[in-house]
Ligand binder design. Structure first.
Ligand SMILES: *Cc1c(COP(=O)(O)O)cnc(C)c1O
Length: 223
């Protein structure tokens, strides 16, 4: 019951035009169904095996966002099953998604993950590196992937100024790419940032996708 209430609460709190991804990683299919029955249709998963198991048994109109680090040897099984892969963090991974998509004649919608946080461990392109890559021949040649925007995470800190500045950096990069006429990225419109702890700041700084896990489903118990 609590999950249904949380879903309703978030759909009231989050401004119209901002999509809510309910991050269901580590939670069982039964809890996803509680959110589904309350009207939620977009769910986020971060591990391939877990995602595939849930995708198989849950309603087919769920739009799955893959949000975790994707190892190159795990790409093939998820192609054709995602609405959006938000966590494309290297040229090599994008090439592979493109190749596997071509093989089965689909176009895969993706976001490019950008690293702005202080932590070393987070994945993603650095802003300069991303701009360079987007202008490369290598990138231009990819026909079976659609770049819908960028995804990022703020530094894990209590320092609101730092979090705001991370989100603002992402927003600026988003606008720079969107307005770059040489790139001609027609479907580039999504800025995914903000999680349970920092989503209001992200929305203030221009996010139009937020990824909410624990504030909807409660704590995760990592196996
Ligand atoms: C787990 C996860 C989230 C959700 O985090 P919460 O703090 O539980 O809301 C959002 N984005 C990514 C990339 C994640 O891995």
């Amino acid at each position: 019951m609590e999950i249904a209430e949380n879903i309703k609460k978030f759909h009231q709190l989050v401004p119209k035009g901002v999509e809510i991804v309910a991050v269901s990683k580590f939670h069982p299919a039964s809890l996803i169904m509680e959110a589904y029955d309350a009207g939620q249709r977009i769910f986020g998963e971060s591990r391939v095996q877990e995602f595939l198991e849930k995708q198989k048994v849950l309603p087919q109109d769920i739009r799955w966002h893959f949000i975790g680090h994707l190892q190159t040897n795990k790409v093939r099984p998820i192609i054709g099953k995602t609405a959006l892969i938000e966590s494309v963090d290297s040229p090599r991974l994008l090439s592979l998604i493109n190749r596997e998509s071509e093989k089965v004649d689909v176009v895969t919608f993706v976001l490019l993950q950008v690293h702005v946080a202080e932590e070393e461990a987070k994945f993603g392109f650095y802003p300069d590196e991303l701009m360079q890559y987007l202008h490369s021949e290598e990138f231009r040649s990819l026909k079976a992937v659609k770049i819908c925007g960028i995804m990022g995470m703020a530094t894990n800190t209590d320092d609101e100024q730092r979090i705001k500045s991370d989100f603002s950096t992402l927003h600026t990069l988003f606008k720079t790419i969107k307005e770059d006429e040489a790139l001609q990225l027609k479907d580039f419109s999504k800025l995914s940032m903000g999680m349970s702890g920092d989503w209001p700041l992200a929305v203030e700084e221009g996010a139009n996708i937020v990824r909410i896990g624990s504030a909807i489903f409660g704590s995760r118990y990592y196996p």
